[in-house]
Design a protein around this ligand. Sequence first.
Ligand SMILES: Cc1cc2nc3c(=O)[nH]c(=O)nc-3n(C[C@H](O)[C@H](O)[C@H](O)COP(=O)(O)O)c2cc1C
Length: 455
Amino acid sequence: METASPAAPADPAAGAPDWRAILDRLAQRHSCRDFDGSKIDREILAEIVRDGTEAPSSCNLQNWHFIIVTDQERKLRARDISGGNLHFADCSALIFLCFQKGWTHGNFSIAQSVAGAAYHMILSAHLRGFQCIWNAGIGDHGQLRDLLGLPPIFEVQAALAIGRAKPTAPDMKAPRRPFAEVHSWQRFERPAICRYPVKPAKAYPFYRIRNDDNPFAEWNPARWSWDQIGDFRGYAVWAKSPLAGVYVSRRQGAATEVELDLLPDLAPGARLLEVMPWGGTYSVALRQRLDREVELHLAELSEHNLSFILERFRQEALATDRVQASLMRGGILPYPDASMDGVVLAQILEHCPEPEKLLDETRRVLKPGGVLVVSARNLWSRYGWRWARVESRAQIPNQGPFRPIPAPRLRGWLKARFEIDAEIGIGRETVEDAAVLRGRGRFFCRLYAARCVRG
Ligand SMILES: Cc1cc2nc3c(=O)[nH]c(=O)nc-3n(C[C@H](O)[C@H](O)[C@H](O)COP(=O)(O)O)c2cc1C
């Protein structure tokens, strides 16, 4: 007797004959942030939006409204309002997802309804051969209301960008968590690695939690395990595509180059290690300035960061033949003793649960005479004050939790293990400037940075 496959449709006669092929095709969808600027016919855009309206809605009220923006000037304005979503300029259309306020708000059911319709539109666009991305990062709602002529009783939640990918756009899907991590049967179960620490509280009402005001956010990396930090950083890096120039922060300004100016010349064949490069902003700057024959080693807590950075290198047209990416577990550097000529710890110690252990490891892998270039955000600075008063009240950033380190404390850690060869403070302001201070003022800059030698 034949037994039905457990994965077959409920009623094989009623199921679409090519259901497996359709689901496989849908699973290939991934976000695009690099469009070619071409137009899509108005009729096709309307069909995609109409497909979305086949989605279920709470009480069948269909209290959604979709504004399709194709006009280039409006798209440019929407890009500027959004702040970071530069792909708004080159997509064929933006579909603003709106809803009428006043009905079915319990359990966000109006938002759930709009979300269902939005994903249906994305899948429709995908099956038709277009690329898409969902964007909650739309910027200031007041400015958007003016742009879209949206009445106060309607809310705008997000925008879908639809278009055709540039031939060179990354063709990579962001990694998915192992299925076992994200589901359980009958009762809640979830591994500790992906249950992140929060401040202890009796309850965590969602209405108290905002991006810029999260009273439960645990910024102290010492309260996270290495594995939890790696897990968080590894998925969050994919919040953007690995495109050229991604994650160059406004806070940094010209400071990155000043930090890396501390590096000595490294001879061809030398081995330089960058620890915890996250999205690869320093890795790119290093590869650009190092001799082509210098080996660049990258050690991260998650494979996902490493695949992201290697694709970013390709997008930046940088050679990867002398780049080696390795996984680092539990704060242990995966290299033999005395195997590196240089190590770069660029604003990373403040992200570590055990920063002194990482410095011990750094000393272990450096050759005698090898050089450490280290920098850290400084608590004893205007930036540190802002971090304590404003930044650390918000949600944890995608790079993971961190706490600026008082410059004298870091100096003490370095002196206990290395000879300090040069030390500077970088940046008087909270963002952007890269003023270099060498006297006592070095202890009060945004960044404290040093070049150390292993004795
Ligand atoms: C509700 C929502 C909001 C999002 N907002 C943005 C955004 O503002 N900017 C952006 O670049 N990506 C945004 N994304 C895209 C996600 O980063 C992306 O879906 C995720 O990294 C998974 O990658 P994939 O879509 O390629 O599978 C958003 C996705 C969702 C579901």
